[in-house]
Design a binder for this molecule. Structure first.
Ligand code: ARG
Length: 459
């Protein structure tokens, strides 16, 4: 087949090379953006008198018709076309003849593809942000239900200090809020129009890039035509943002997998999100969480892939850049899929507060509070810390925990100990008293929840 770019070459390639060169299989998903971009381009060319009113009208009506037919499924893609841009122009010319061939005046596929990708990805940003919000809502609701459910908080995966499960979940909500912020920040730089940069150097036609940008909902235009056609930072930024978000989901997945294990039994995932084993009937595997954790590697790969594609490219457009789409599309698809399964899985998760509390009771996680008790009675913290350590050792030797060790024994260590000690090292007190801003007290968790809800409502 003869190519739209047949010039000094014959425009006929080996079928294998043709297939290799073609991107329509993966760029056809941008057909809407491509056509919207062309409609705006026709309008701008008409406004500047580069096309006649009549030509502008025929072009925009015909483009709208192609869009409608593609959406309805009555127009099939011609996969022998090199890319979606070629297909739309070919179909346009088939419908309206020579006027169709005028559309490509004062533009190039180089600025066209950059435009389409920015338009496509800004919609993805909105979708991913909306899905992230649903996850934030699900997590915040669980946090509210468990703002007073005590569990061991860990460092080094060793029981450290008591926290509420709600507080633990809100930590993830904070991460996701930052993800939302990063998405909207990345969208700002994405929403800059490259159309009108043409092949690389701009054009001799008297175009109006700002009009075209405005018609397409962009905030501004790229100020250097060579940068406009070569820049894929917006795709890299989105991939970075998505990698970070996946890293968050992966950390939470890891915790869910642990918590759902027989050893922890802190949570039960609903049957709808749990799989069995083909040979071990007792199994309840947290496959969804494992897959999210696994798919994180895939999104990181997408980021590394595109960074590597771009790192050695001279200005301006190079065909290597066609490789931008599959990675960024794959990352968007993956993140959306993960969020769609994660949110209902978390919303339906049952929390075994009894097991959490039991685990909190036996790990000496109130040892810091014991030290703080002595500090309040006048002992310097370092001494109090040492004494608490010796008391924990004594408990271990006696088969006791801090709550059950008799007062006589405490007094052997220090005369500062009194009956009120037991109230102070009660796990509920330990959590309730952590009222420092951002701490695990119920009041603080409530404050966090209120903050998150205001942020979401104001969005
Ligand atoms: N299919 C190409 C891409 O995705 C479109 C731009 C082609 N431009 C060119 N000069 N060959 O990057």
């Amino acid at each position: 087949m003869s190519k739209m770019w047949a010039g000094i070459t014959a425009g006929i390639t080996d079928p294998v090379a043709d297939d290799f060169n073609s991107s329509i299989r993966f760029d056809s998903r941008m057909f809407r953006q491509d056509i919207q971009g062309s409609i705006a381009h026709a309008a701008m060319l008409t406004a500047r008198g580069i096309l006649t009113e009549r030509e502008g009208k025929v072009l925009s009506e015909s483009l709208a018709g192609i869009l409608k037919d593609l959406e309805a499924g009555s127009l099939r893609l011609d996969l022998s076309c090199e890319d979606i841009h070629t297909f739309v122009e070919q179909e346009l010319t088939r419908r309206i003849g020579d006027t169709g061939k005028k559309l490509h005046t004062a533009r190039s596929r180089n600025d066209q593809v950059a435009l389409d990708l920015r338009m496509y990805l800004r919609e993805e940003c909105d979708e991913i942000a909306a899905l992230t919000k649903t996850l934030i809502v699900a997590l915040t609701n669980q946090a509210e239900a468990h703002k007073a459910s005590i569990m061991p908080g860990y460092t080094h995966l060793q029981r450290a200090q008591p926290v509420s499960f709600g507080h633990h979940l809100m930590a993830y909500v904070m991460m996701l809020l930052r993800d939302l912020d990063r998405i909207s920040d990345c969208k700002k730089r994405m929403n800059i129009s490259p159309i009108g940069c043409c092949a690389l150097a701009g054009t001799t036609y008297d175009t109006d890039r700002r009009m075209e940008a405005e018609l397409l909902g962009f905030d501004d235009i790229s100020l250097n035509s060579m940068d406009g056609v070569s820049d894929r930072d917006f795709a890299l930024e989105l991939l970075s943002v998505l990698s970070i978000e996946m890293m968050h989901l992966s950390r939470l997945s890891e915790e869910l997998i642990l918590w759902a294990s027989w050893e922890f039994q802190f949570i039960e995932l609903s049957d709808a999100y749990t799989t069995g084993s083909s040979i071990m009937p007792q199994k309840r595997n947290a496959d969804m969480a494992e897959l999210v954790r696994g798919k994180t590697g895939r999104v990181f790969g997408d980021l590394m892939g595109l960074l590597t594609v771009l790192k050695g490219l001279p200005l301006a457009y190079n065909k290597d850049m066609q490789e931008d789409k599959e990675s960024v599309f794959d990352a968007c698809d993956t993140v959306k899929m993960c969020l769609k399964v994660f949110t209902p899985m978390l919303a339906t998760m049952k929390v075994r507060t009894d097991n959490m509390f039991r685990a909190a009771q036996t790990g000496f996680i109130n040892a810091t509070d014991l030290a703080d008790y002595l500090v309040r009675k006048g002992l310097p913290f370092r001494n109090a810390y040492k004494l608490s350590g010796q008391i924990v050792a004594r408990c271990l030797a006696e088969g006791q925990v801090l709550e059950t060790l008799p007062l006589e024994i405490y007094r052997e260590f220090s005369p500062l100990f009194d009956e009120d000690l037991y109230g102070e090292i009660d796990l509920k007190t330990c959590v309730r008293k952590r009222i420092s801003e951002g701490g695990t007290s119920e009041a603080s968790v409530e404050k966090q929840i209120a903050y998150v809800r205001t942020v979401l409502n104001n969005d």
